[in-house]
Design a protein around this ligand. Structure first.
Ligand code: PEP
Ligand code: MG
Length: 887
């Protein structure tokens, strides 16, 4: 019979898939002898079977739960529902990947009208017993019975007011009994049932509710963002309760073995005395910093510190630990690898290598390449005048400026419209997740650094400030006040997530400096990786940035971007409007000088590394004014100034625009098709490149130009363009007497090029896969507007697993790339291959490129560090399996 239920001493940390992360860790901790309250885990398979059976717990699973319960009862000497020594348990979710706060939990299960009396007797604390019971009713009613918490909160508030109390600790045992009666009445009113008194019934209802919470809205959204498969299911952990709310010698908290924000090697965390588990993470009361515990309970602190060190050594990673102190005794409830900012991930990885805990490759694998973005983000210029309006807890670093909004839906709406917003909330709850995704940053007036949404924001690399208590939020009137200052919906503020400061208006920002550890980690990545990283850059400034970020060359210089400069566009237009070759060359000569200057700057910035320059690619109409607008102007002039020279000029322009307009511009007269019809344009560009290379060579700086022809589909196109390049280059070189090597290659961005790559390689020294166009031409999806029109729905409805313009479609586009590489190398074994579409900066696509045997990836300068790390990770994970792995 399949095993579905495991006692904590029957599992270990390798059983994550079966027991979920939390269950596997509880088992592991039990086995290494830590003080973990005993319990059992119901497997993820049981959850999946539950869904398969139409939300039914099978008899087998039920039976195994009952057996495990008996064993738990034996071990603890307590019994569920017993009126002398009752067992109380927590029922918690725990999936394979941690999803903080996304699923449900029930605490204090086993309480009823009778057991509460036993708890009061045993603890000699009536007040505690009734408070625990009312907490249970509240939580169970919300999570299991689906009653809004609002009813309970409102009732509690009314009771407090009626009795003239300000805070909960003022309520006596009798008061809590009154509250319990009120709560039961709410259940009866809302659900037409009595609150369940049978603890076994409570247990099975709670288990079902946790299974159900796998598919609640926020869990689904979280899984989508973090790419966690829906098919994994959640495990359920049933664990005997310990109480942090038994008085002032009890408490509960969260500790990180290192600072999850900065990576600093020092115990970090928060706790609350006389409180229960969820009070800390829910972010409702603002907790104490962990070092205060050292003064308050020195022995417990010492033990906690030792346990943290033991756990970190055992797991060889920074741990995020939940603990409870019950009457001076420490219990560990949970440990997991701690979520951390990019800065902390890098710092901890490098420190742990230095401390001999892990090796360099492990450190490389530990940092998520996407997370590096955080380090490359801007922060507030230190020299700028900053006048903080107020200050909260620095929950996630980075700085942001945006308009204040008070609601997650609003943040999402405005975010969609491209507006930069800062989400300001009294407290952050997991339900706000879509707003956090859309906002630039998040600010809360309550809650600690480990509140759920703060953790989520940190994981996403969003700046976040928590617990800013001086901020008085008025949700109804959409404003907040700090003292006398009123900040309204839509007002601009700036926040610094690294210091917790909030400022009015915008503040000057600067680009980030990379830490020594960051550079060190990337230098380790460079030693490991077996695939090059270049950058896409079109001007000397970007080229320098790319070089600084560690690019080993330029993989794509889009020369049309040089044409787009506002000062140059009139010359480009005149060149296009020229009626004949002679007229055109006048303007081409002017452009030549401008382009040459840019090329010189780029060659110099790259200090002898290869620079791939692509000749003009986009259809010509892109450089001319918009047809509709022009039509309006011409019509107006025809009415107001029919004989003006201005009208004649505009009419000429309109005629040309009409001539050049295309039904399907992306399939139109662009790429090498331009070079074939207007060879003088390509010739000018080649002349500019070679002239620049001559100039730079003369300065003593080596150059490696690689001239790239776009949109080739037939070998003859490349043959002609290659001839043009070679003849032009030869002219310049023989005229100047300066000779150097250069390459001529092509982009592979239409399927025919990949299919006939053996023929095309006859004329090419290198291939660069332009996967933006190759995705467009392979799918037949427009790269300009498919996303807005239907692609989003395709992805939501899972017609496609991902957006193929963001993550390379290995099955289709990938097959063409493999074919292109294989066929090309058959003709020319030393053919250089690379990728320069957007995919070159995306980690899964980089992994594919490594597996397909490409020589390099090329991406935007800011993604270069990410690509270096992702390239190293792909190498470590797949070394030795290239080619076989693709087949
Ligand atoms: C491509 O098509 O992938 C490419 C890099 O060229 P562009 O995006 O300029 O068309
Ligand atoms: Mg292209």
């Amino acid at each position: 019979m399949e095993k579905y239920v495991y006692l904590f001493n029957e599992g270990n940390s390798d059983m994550r898939n079966i027991l979920g992360g939390k269950g596997a860790n509880l088992a592991e901790m039990t086995n290494i002898g830590l003080p973990v309250p005993f319990g059992f885990t119901i497997s993820t398979q049981a959850c999946n079977d539950y869904y398969k059976a139409g939300k039914k717990i099978s008899d087998t699973v039920e039976q195994q739960i009952l057996v495990a319960l008996e064993q738990l009862e034996e071990k603890t000497g307590k019994k569920l529902g017993d009126v002398t020594n009752p067992l109380l348990v927590s029922v918690r979710s725990g999936s394979v990947f941690s999803m903080p706060g996304m699923m449900d939990t029930v605490l204090n299960l086993g309480m009823n009208d009778e057991t509460v009396k036993a708890v009061a007797r045993l603890t000699n604390n009536e007040r505690f017993a009734y408070d625990s019971y009312r907490r249970f009713i509240q939580m169970f009613s919300n999570v299991v019975l689906g009653i809004d918490l609002f009813y309970f909160e409102q009732f509690l508030e009314e009771t407090r007011e009626k009795k003239g109390y300000k805070v909960d600790p003022e309520l006596t045992a009798e008061d809590w009994q009154e509250v319990i009666a009120g709560y039961k009445a709410i259940v009866k009113r809302q659900k037409k049932i009595e609150f369940p008194q049978n603890p076994q019934e409570q247990l099975f209802l709670a288990i079902r509710a946790v299974f159900d919470s796998w598919n609640n809205q926020r869990a689904i959204v979280y899984r989508r963002i973090h790419k966690i498969p829906d098919s994994l299911g959640t495990a359920v952990n049933v664990q005997s309760m310990v109480f942090g709310n038994m008085g002032n010698d009890s408490g509960t908290g969260v500790a990180f073995t290192r600072n999850p924000s900065t990576g600093e090697h020092q115990l970090y965390g928060e706790y609350l005395m006389n409180a229960q588990g969820e009070d800390v993470v829910a972010g409702i009361r603002t907790p104490e910093a962990i070092h205060v515990l050292e003064k308050e309970m020195p022995d417990v602190y010492k033990k906690l510190l030792a346990t943290c060190q033991l756990l970190e050594k055992h797991y060889q990673d920074m741990q995020d630990i939940e603990f409870t102190i019950e009457r001076g005794e420490l219990f560990i409830l949970q440990t997991r690898n701690g979520k951390r900012t990019a800065q902390a991930a890098v710092q901890i990885g490098v420190d742990m290598v230095r401390e001999g805990i892990i090796d360099k490759e492990t450190a490389i694998l530990r940092v998520d390449p996407e997370q590096l973005n955080q380090l490359l983000h801007r922060r507030i210029d230190q020299t700028a005048k900053r006048v903080p309006l107020t200050k909260g807890l620095p929950a996630s670093p980075g700085a942001a400026t945006g308009a204040v909004v008070f609601d997650a839906d609003e943040a999402e709406q405005l975010g969609k419209e491209g507006k930069k917003v800062i989400l300001v909330r009294p407290e952050t709850t997991p339900d706000d997740i879509h707003g956090i995704v859309a906002a630039e940053a998040v600010v809360t007036s309550r809650g600690g650094m480990t509140s759920h949404a703060a953790v989520v924001a940190r994981g996403m690399g969003k700046a976040c400030i928590c617990g800013c208590e001086s901020l008085k939020i008025d949700l109804k009137n959409k404003l907040f006040t700090v003292g006398d200052t009123v900040v309204k919906y839509g007002d601009i503020i700036t926040i610094d997530g690294s210091t917790g400061e909030i400022m009015l208006g915008g503040v000057a920002m600067i680009e980030p400096q990379l830490s020594e550890e960051f550079k060190l980690l990337l230098s380790w990545a460079d030693q490991v990786r077996e695939i090059g990283v270049r950058a896409n850059a079109d001007n000397p400034v970007d080229a320098r940035k790319a070089f600084e970020f560690g690019a080993g060359g330029i993989g794509l210089c889009r020369t049309e971007h040089m044409f787009m400069d506002p000062k140059r566009i009139p010359i480009v237009q005149s060149m296009i409007l020229a009626e004949n070759y002679e007229d055109r060359t006048v303007f081409l000569d002017q452009l030549l000088i401008m382009q040459q200057g840019d090329f010189e700057g780029i060659f110099e910035a790259m200090e002898g590394h290869p620079v791939t320059i692509r000749l003009l690619d986009p259809p010509m109409h892109e450089f001319l004014p918009d047809k509709e607008e022009l039509l309006v102007e011409v019509t107006k002039l025809q009415l107001t100034a029919p004989d003006s020279p201005e009208l004649a000029e505009k009419e000429r322009l309109l005629k040309k625009v009409n001539q050049l307009s295309e039904f399907n511009p992306m399939l139109g007269h662009r790429g090498c098709r331009l070079g074939i019809i207007y060879p003088e344009i390509y010739e000018m560009q080649v002349r500019a490149i070679i002239n620049a290379a001559v100039k730079v060579t003369e300065k003593g700086i080596p150059v490696k130009p690689e001239i790239m022809i776009p949109l080739v589909g037939h070998v003859n196109e490349l043959k002609r363009m290659r001839q043009l390049v070679e003849e032009t280059a030869e002219q310049v070189m023989s005229a100047t007497g300066v000779y150097f090597d250069y390459l001529v290659g092509t982009m592979i961005e239409v399927p025919r090029a990949a299919l006939t790559a053996d023929r095309i390689a006859e004329q090419a020294d290198f291939f660069s896969f332009g996967t933006n166009d190759l995705t467009q031409t392979t799918f037949g999806f427009s790269r300009d507007d498919a996303e807005g029109k239907f692609l989003q729905t395709y992805i939501e409805q899972k017609v496609l697993p991902e957006n193929p313009f963001a993550i390379l479609d290995r099955e289709g586009v990938g097959k063409l790339i493999e074919m292109g590489v294989t066929l090309g190398r058959k003709t020319k074994s030393n053919l250089k291959t690379g990728i320069c579409g957007e995919h070159g900066g995306e980690k899964s696509s980089i992994e594919f490129c490594y597996l397909a045997g490409l020589d390099y990836v090329s991406c935007s300068p800011y993604r270069v560090p990410l690509a270096r790390l992702a390239a190293a990770q792909a190498t470590i994970q797949h070394r030795g399996s290239i080619v076989e792995a693709v087949r």
